[in-house]
Design a protein around this ligand. Sequence first.
Ligand code: C5P
Length: 407
Amino acid sequence: MPHSPNLTTNQRSKVVIAVGGGIAAYKVCEVVSTLFKIGVEVRVILTNSAQKFITPLTLATLSRHPAYTDDDFWQANHPRPLHIELGEWADLLVIAPLTANTLAKLNSGMADNLLTNTVLASTSPVLLAPAMNTDMWEQLTVQRNWQQLLQDNRYHGMSTASGLLACDRIGAGRMAEPAEIVTHIQSLLHTKGSQDLAGKRVLISAGGTREYFDPVRFIGNPSTGKMGLALAQAALHRGANVTLVHGAASWNAPLGVQAIPVMTAAEMQQVMLEYLPSADVIIMSAAVADVKPRDYSAEKLPKRSLPQSLPLEPVPDIVAQLAQHKQPHQLLIGFAAQTGDIVTPAMAKLQTKQLDAIVANPIDQPHSGFGSDNNQAILIDSQGRKLEIPPCSKLQMAHQLFDFVAQ
Ligand code: C5P
């Protein structure tokens, strides 16, 4: 007897994960496990070929609910057919891995199994994470199907990564990593699939800059760039073309984002000014080291030769320069990392740097600021409007910022 999805009345988000028949199916276990841990309700569909790679039992155990197969589809389901129940239940459908076969079926509107029938019986957004051998992925027919399908705004495509594939080829076609899929799911649950930044170019700076006085010693700060990374992810998931200019980082930029690594404030200034003319929205979330050592030694200084005091020079105020060069249609947003009263100094910076908005965030509160996955802030715009963003993940904060921008 097939199991009906419980139609829940609480606020938990509901996601259907549909697994196609590719070796990347094993990575979907991690996606389902993480979604359960963060409180998302998950129902899983496996195609017949997916079951050659992983079992319904694995995914049923991880999702805490029986997983569905075509055997369930071909049995009477009460009160309504299974694909209708699942399709209407889901806030979001995710197909991972998306195979060439399922892609072709979706693009031609076919409905010959539980997965494809559920997609057609639903109007919810669909996230697609393709995975296949490089030659398969690069076939003209496959690329044509992919491009055509993405013309329908309901479908959200994730880029494939390049790397060593299970077929021993090194090339494109590797499925996005589970963490990246989960982040994209979180974004789509927030936006309900809106692509409100489609066609927009978003330029973001992230992380801390470093000013070296010899090859190993520098002036810097504890910024990890996580806020800028979250902004890049959120903008990408809302359809923007994203350029991320970042200082030293321990993370990889999301697939599909143009990432430009820099080290010093001068390098960041040069890249930001270069990309400014084509940007619609510019967000300076980088923690720029405000000063640099006046002198630089190309050789590592022996400990005994270290200076007793370090003469310093100011570095350029990048955001203030961007404000001077920007066009009226461009939106420039800065960040103000503060201790104590966060609003008064942020309002002063908003005015002196001539920004359109500033995000004042405390760095002396637990679970926010440098290095944390969470943050809190007060967003202030040039008309004096304020939006309080209570403690939340940096991704959620990024989306609230873009919601504000969209208004
Ligand atoms: O003046 P303060 O450094 O606190 O201002 C913070 C804002 O200014 C942030 O948006 C930061 O990225 C930017 N900034 C800058 N260049 C600097 C210092 C800060 O663009 N040299």
